[in-house]
Ligand binder design. Structure first.
Ligand SMILES: *Cc1c(COP(=O)(O)O)cnc(C)c1O
Length: 420
């Protein structure tokens, strides 16, 4: 209700809060000015000569970001579309797929697979911890996948689907270990990985890790607005697409691969998002992927120091797989996390991620990705600390002090500025 009232005030009196809105949800992430400016250039003919050059450039850029030598599809669609593309290009009606439930996004992908007519089996760790499914507090347990595949002696399972960075919980998964598990079981299943929120924030290597289809989106680590998504392919996935029988037309890889050779698409691509992609890739690759990943790790460690100082549990219960992209903060039993978020939004103009699905009301998510810096994250933690106190949560100590101490004590590897 309040939200709609707020929109009406904005529309009728042109009310606009001063300063920057803190968009600290784990996607869409803040879009750098430089990218917004690049996107404001005039739209060009998508069959003209300049477009072919742009197309070839962005296709080469995204290959570097996925760390692959093989084709990458770029779709004018949100990440969900690229999920559907990955399944519909490689599988046939009724095919058995194994999906690991790390959280809400894994659950949604499973629902999509079922709707497409696949026989989707869910694998998860049993149990509940602090009212949250155990499986929603950890990454993929590769040994469970290995056991399940070893039992599938008839090779009925055609694909294993896992989420690399589970945006609903703040846990990453060890994709190289999943590849090893599939190989150890000597199983021919394809490996499909959702790295929609992982790419360009957490370490990701499509070729080295033997992934068959990697799925990603524009609005998270790539620092673009929503509306563009990706499939990175392996030769085995391309081979599987030749006999896969699920219906597909818009998503079909073969026509796109053919036209991409000269930098074009079979339909009208989202030209202005391509300008943005070109600019964002220049920023990411110009700084170097290693530096981008180190920046995210450092930010995440500072935010976790704050949550620890508050004495609140971090949702990810395995320190080995903490997400560099977001941190899930669990509120004490009896405190509605969405009520805390509402105070922080209304009083301090800061958006945080809500608890999704099975953990609604139990936690909120702090995004620390993309176009952030130390001070925006300290400001975000300050907004959280004020909101938690206003909601009546007893905090053990100051998270603001802890994050300041962390960043001051751990200088970034690259100096941000050099004084004259
Ligand atoms: C954001 C996200 C999605 C959904 O992508 P849309 O662009 O909203 O369709 C799927 N999986 C993960 C892990 C995500 O973070």
């Amino acid at each position: 209700m309040l939200y709609f009232a707020y929109c009406r005030i904005m529309l009728t009196t042109n009310f606009h809060p001063t300063g920057r809105h803190f968009l600290q949800i784990p996607g869409p992430s803040p879009v750098p000015e430089r990218v917004l400016r690049a996107m404001s250039l005039p739209t060009i003919d998508h069959r003209g000569p300049e477009f072919g050059a742009l197309g070839l450039k962005v296709l080469a850029d995204v290959q570097k970001i996925f760390q692959t030598r093989h084709p990458v599809m770029i779709y004018p669609a949100s990440g969900t579309g690229a999920w559907e593309a990955a399944l519909s290009n490689t599988l046939s009606p009724g095919d058995h797929v194994l999906m690991y439930e790390t959280g809400h996004f894994a659950f949604l992908w499973h629902r999509l697979a079922t709707r497409l007519g696949l026989m989707a089996e869910v694998l998860a760790m049993p149990g509940v911890e602090d009212g949250v499914p155990t499986s929603w507090r950890r990454g993929v347990q590769a040994e469970l996948i290995e056991q399940r595949l070893k039992a599938d002696t008839g090779h009925a399972i055609k694909a294993v689907c896992v989420v690399h960075n589970e945006t609903s919980t703040g846990a990453t998964s060890n994709i190289a270990a999943v590849r090893k598990a599939i190989d150890a079981a000597r199983h021919p299943a394809l490996l499909l990985v959702d790295t929609i929120s992982g790419l360009a924030g957490a370490d990701y290597r499509h070729d080295d890790w033997g992934v068959d289809v990697s799925i990603s989106g524009s609005q998270k680590g790539l620092m673009l607005p929503p509306g563009m998504s990706f499939n990175a392919l392996s030769p085995k996935a391309i081979e599987a697409s030749k006999s896969a029988k699920l219906p597909r037309s818009f998503w079909a890889w073969d026509e796109i691969i053919e036209m991409n050779k000269t930098g074009y698409w079979p339909y009208t691509p989202n030209t202005n998002l391509m300008y943005g992609l070109s600019e964002a890739a220049d920023m990411i690759l110009g700084q170097g992927l290693d530096a981008v990943l180190a920046r995210h790790q450092r930010w995440a460690a500072g935010v976790r120091a704050a949550v620890n100082a508050w004495g609140l549990p971090i949702q990810c219960a395995d320190a080995g797989v903490y997400s560099p992209i977001l941190t899930g903060v669990m509120t004490p039993v009896g405190v509605d996390a969405d009520a805390v978020r509402k105070i922080i939004y209304e009083r301090f103009d800061c958006s945080l991620g809500t608890g999704l699905g099975k953990i609604k009301g139990r936690m909120f998510r702090i995004g620390h990705l993309g176009d952030s810096n130390d001070l925006t994250l300290i400001g975000t933690v300050a907004a959280c600390e004020m909101g938690l106190k206003l909601a009546g949560v007893k905090l053990a100590g100051s998270g603001v002090q802890a994050i300041m101490d962390y960043y001051a004590g751990h200088p970034a590897a690259l100096a941000l500025r050099k004084a004259a």
